[in-house]
Design a protein around this ligand. Structure first.
Ligand code: GDP
Length: 177
């Protein structure tokens, strides 16, 4: 730990996409810094966080990009997708509309990204179970049909966040190694 000369074997760019307010920024904060910020978001503009981890004895630097609000103006640019080897399509499981928009996001992603990109569907805010508006089976069915990994998470309670990122990063590693 704290070895700044650590050799990096791989850098994997992963992009977060989905409607505004589904929890993309908090998922990233949880994964990269183990934080959850109650009053989130100030800046507009593309931002990323990195986290270095070991997969199969290799040092992998995950570079996770957050739209930082651009999606509100439907202004996510092709530069955002450039070089991405993974994508997390995030919806809010208490907001049906954010799930219904997943096919649009997927279309946009497939239009911009590399064909081999690994994609994971994320139903976030599973801590709000009683307000659930998207049945797990609906999401599973969509994921299966579109060939996506799928997981339900809570950035607030830390549920499955680490597992989701590790799963996608390990899958990317498997594909390229
Ligand atoms: P973004 O616009 O997709 O980046 O969404 P944010 O990360 O800014 O989150 C939008 C709102 O949802 C904020 O008020 C967050 O506090 C809240 N939020 C994010 N993740 C969760 C979660 O897992 N559970 C709950 N209950 N709220 C969350």
């Amino acid at each position: 730990y704290g070895d700044y000369n650590q050799k990096i074997d791989y850098v994997f760019k992963v992009v977060l996409i989905g409607d505004s307010a589904v929890g993309k920024t908090q998922l990233l904060a949880r994964f990269s810094r183990n934080q959850f910020n109650v009053d989130s978001k100030a800046t507009i503009g593309v931002e990323f966080q990195t986290k270095t981890l070991i997969i199969d004895n290799k040092t992998v630097k995950a570079q996770i990009w957050d739209t930082a609000g651009q999606e509100r103006y439907r202004a996510v640019t092709s530069a955002y997708y450039r070089g991405a080897v993974g994508a997390m399509l995030v919806y809010d499981m208490t907001k049906r509309q954010s799930f219904d928009h997943m096919s649009r996001w997927l279309e946009e992603l497939r239009g911009h990204a590399d064909t081999n990109i690994v994609i994971m569907l994320i139903g976030n805010k599973c801590d709000l179970g009683t307000l659930k508006a998207v049945p797990t089976e609906d999401a599973q069915e969509f994921a299966q049909r579109e060939n996506l990994f799928f997981m339900e998470t809570s950035a607030l309670e830390s549920t499955n966040v680490e597992t989701a990122f590790l799963t996608i990063l390990t899958e990317i590693y498997r594909l390229i190694s």
